[in-house]
Unconditional design. Structure first.
Length: 239
């Protein structure tokens, strides 16, 4: 039987954002892309909280699978690896972080995320999609990548994204920095060459994870799976 892969998207995207990676994987893999609560087809699923998302993942995933996560999805994937170690055999994390460890920084981020959530609720999805595309960490994307990401963001609704930010944002979930040594399965950290912030985070994570490999994708930014899907597919395959 073909190996199973489950993919978790980032904030403002949906499972459809993985389509180029799924295509690059080909028929030799059984790939499933989950819509995380607050996004896409799961916009109205409640509560929009970590436990609920992990329940959805447990229901979707087969008995054994590789879990792939981008950004917010990568952070959730780390929690999943700790919560269901008997089912997840390998992690592939793209532009991911274990969270914010410093309490003061977490509180500042929580306040900023609440302000942003209120602004999202006061916007149309078109307005917010255009605004989010200007986030500095996403700078430098090619026009076709920007267009595909914008089309995917339009599958969401403001209320759902605001709920996801409050329930699943960087400040909402507990930091896992101190628990990284507990993750014994192989972890592949994929980062873009231009994504300096997350390259540094990946380096720190690799030093704490027992079995980590870091792949820096030349010329890519934060959203490697959108910019160079073939490289992410190769990382999933182990190439």
């Amino acid at each position: 039987m073909a190996p199973a892969v489950v993919l978790l998207h980032g904030f403002t995207l949906t499972g459809a954002s993985w389509n180029p990676v799924v295509s690059a994987l080909g028929e030799s893999y059984r790939a499933s892309a989950l819509d995380i609560r607050g996004h896409g087809s799961a916009t109205d699923r409640v509560p929009v909280a970590l436990d609920g998302v992990l329940d959805d993942l447990a229901a979707l995933g087969p008995d054994q699978f590789t879990l792939v996560g981008y950004s917010m999805g990568g952070r959730i994937a780390l929690h999943a690896a700790l919560g269901m170690p008997d089912r997840i055999g390998r992690l592939v994390l793209i532009g991911a972080s274990p969270g914010i460890e410093d309490p003061a920084q977490r509180e500042a981020r929580r306040a900023a995320d609440e302000q942003l959530a209120q602004e999202i609720e006061g916007s149309t999805i078109e307005e917010f999609a255009r605004r989010w595309a200007q986030t500095p960490v996403l700078a430098g994307q090619a026009s076709e990548v920007l267009a595909a990401a914008h089309a995917d963001r339009l599958r969401n609704r403001p209320a759902g994204l605001a709920a996801a930010l409050r329930g699943l944002g960087n400040a909402a979930l507990p930091s896992l920095w101190r628990r990284l040594p507990e993750i014994a399965i192989p972890v592949v950290l994929v980062v873009g060459e231009r994504d300096e912030r997350f390259r540094a985070i990946a380096s720190e994570m690799a030093a704490r994870l027992p079995a980590a490999q870091t792949i820096v994708v030349p010329g890519a930014g934060h959203a490697v799976h959108l910019e160079v899907p073939e490289a992410v597919a190769a990382a999933i395959k182990g190439g």
